[in-house]
Design a protein around this ligand. Structure first.
Ligand code: PRP
Ligand code: MG
Length: 212
């Protein structure tokens, strides 16, 4: 039997809420935590647990049919990927931040400065739109430490509660984008799987409505 293949974040902030929404849709998945793939018992669906940043490419290649993913990741790496539903969880911002001690007036203050980030495309596009030239230092995690160790003058990263910024003596100065979890679809999805998607979307919409 044909199954729809869905990518879900392997570990991290989206993982739990992604599985929760599937569960609320009445899709039960046996969860061997260490398995990278699981099959639903009562719906034609397979879950692939993947790294966030890899998901846009898997969608593009049609290795998976759909994904629950942060919009911020699509903006960074998958602007060509279609968003089908906004899922109203994992809300966050992608923002620029600087040390509390820095006097900050406008985005022009980043001119000629060094910005540490895991979101180079997003920052680059934003700065270009503002006519600001800065140097980017790309790191994959713990970005907020960069200014404290002299690696950069500022950062661009995800802000949710703001506690990581606070703990590292940084202040949020520009919000580049507001993000939430979304259901994204592969451009290569087959007609047969598209029918399964229609059924799943129907359930997702009912869940989202009930949650309001
Ligand atoms: C994420 C993100 C921020 C932080 C934001 O990091 O990169 O650092 O969460 O959340 P907050 O505003 O609620 O503090 P994560 O903890 O996932 O670790 P990583 O950056 O090392 O991947
Ligand atoms: Mg972090």
């Amino acid at each position: 039997m044909t199954k729809i293949r869905i990518a879900v974040q392997k570990s991290g902030r989206l993982n739990e809420d992604s599985l929760k929404i599937l569960k609320d849709c009445g899709v039960s998945i046996d969860n061997g935590k260490d398995q990278l793939k699981a099959t639903a018992r009562n719906f034609p669906l397979e879950v692939f647990y993947l790294r966030n940043g890899d998901i846009p490419q898997y969608l593009r290649d049609g290795v998976v049919d759909i994904a629950i993913i942060g919009e911020n990741v699509l903006v960074e790496k998958g602007e060509d990927i279609l968003v089908m539903e906004r899922l109203n969880f994992s809300k966050c911002r992608v923002s620029l931040a600087v040390p509390n001690s820095m006097e900050y007036n406008s985005v022009q203050d980043f001119e000629g400065r060094r910005i540490a980030t895991s979101y180079p495309n997003t920052v680059k596009k934003y700065l270009e739109s503002k006519g600001v030239k800065a140097e980017l230092h790309i790191i994959n995690g713990s970005v907020e430490i960069a200014p404290n160790i002299g690696l950069a003058n500022g950062i661009c990263d995800i802000v949710s509660s703001g506690s990581t910024l606070f703990k590292n003596n940084l202040k949020e100065v520009e919000v580049i984008l507001k993000s939430e979890a979304v259901l994204a679809v592969s451009p290569k999805i087959s007609e047969e799987r598209e029918e399964i998607l229609t059924r799943l979307r129907f359930r997702i919409n009912s869940v989202l409505q009930a949650r309001q």
